[in-house]
Ligand binder design. Structure first.
Ligand SMILES: [Fe+2]
Length: 210
């Protein structure tokens, strides 16, 4: 069984666990992140199958429901470690924290898991796969592939952010990094998808939680 087949199987297992109304948002977001990661990886000479799998499974912890909050990152990590996929499991933790210090803004409910997460991030040096999934996460919305700008507005409206200007700058640094590696604006790779993906999260009409 290829890594891609194994990942697709785990993803379908996760979808099956979720029976709530926003399962499609989570599915669209995950499939969008997988597509973005795979296509950028191919363009810049990274392992495209590994990138696809990381994108598809980075939020697998959300299979336990819409109300798991930040616990979904450790849930996802644990699921993939149980499946003996440590290389993929790491992005469940790293994709949410750029810069790493943002981890100090959250506390997981379980103190041992919280300590583990913080230690893990200190001890882990981010590589291009971590950065790629951080970008892919913000180019995938509840309806599929989109731009950082649109996704960012949705997140800001739904959750609020402590330091939006800094967060946006950090995201653009990652995008610029991959633009340079790709030799084009990476939005060009997804031109048609971006043009046809509906806008999400209009203020006052919040439909999604992902
Ligand atoms: Fe995500």
């Amino acid at each position: 069984m290829t890594l891609r087949d194994k990942a697709n199987e785990i993803f379908l297992w996760g979808l099956d666990k979720r029976k709530d109304r926003i399962v499609s948002a989570w599915e669209n977001h995950s499939r969008g992140a997988a597509e973005v990661a795979e296509k950028i990886a191919e363009r810049v000479g990274m392992d495209k199958e590994k990138a696809y799998v990381m994108g598809l499974l980075h939020d697998i912890g959300r299979c336990y429901g819409p109300d798991t909050g930040m616990e979904h990152i450790i849930d996802g990590y644990n699921i993939l470690m149980e499946k003996n996929m440590p290389e993929i499991a790491r992005v469940c933790l790293t994709h949410s924290f750029n810069p790493k210090e943002k981890v100090n803004e959250i506390n997981l409910k379980n103190p041992e898991e919280d300590a583990f997460l913080k230690r893990f991030l200190v001890e882990t040096e981010y590589d291009d796969y971590d950065r790629l999934i951080q970008l892919a996460d913000f180019m995938a919305g509840a309806h599929g592939v989109t731009t950082i700008e649109r996704r960012f507005c949705s997140v800001l409206w739904r959750h609020g952010l402590k330091s939006p200007a800094e967060d946006l700058t950090t995201l653009y640094k990652i995008k610029n990094y991959f633009d340079k590696k790709a030799g084009i604006d990476v939005y060009e790779i997804f031109h048609e998808k971006i043009a046809t993906t509906p806008f999400e999260g209009i203020p006052g009409k919040i439909e999604t939680i992902i």
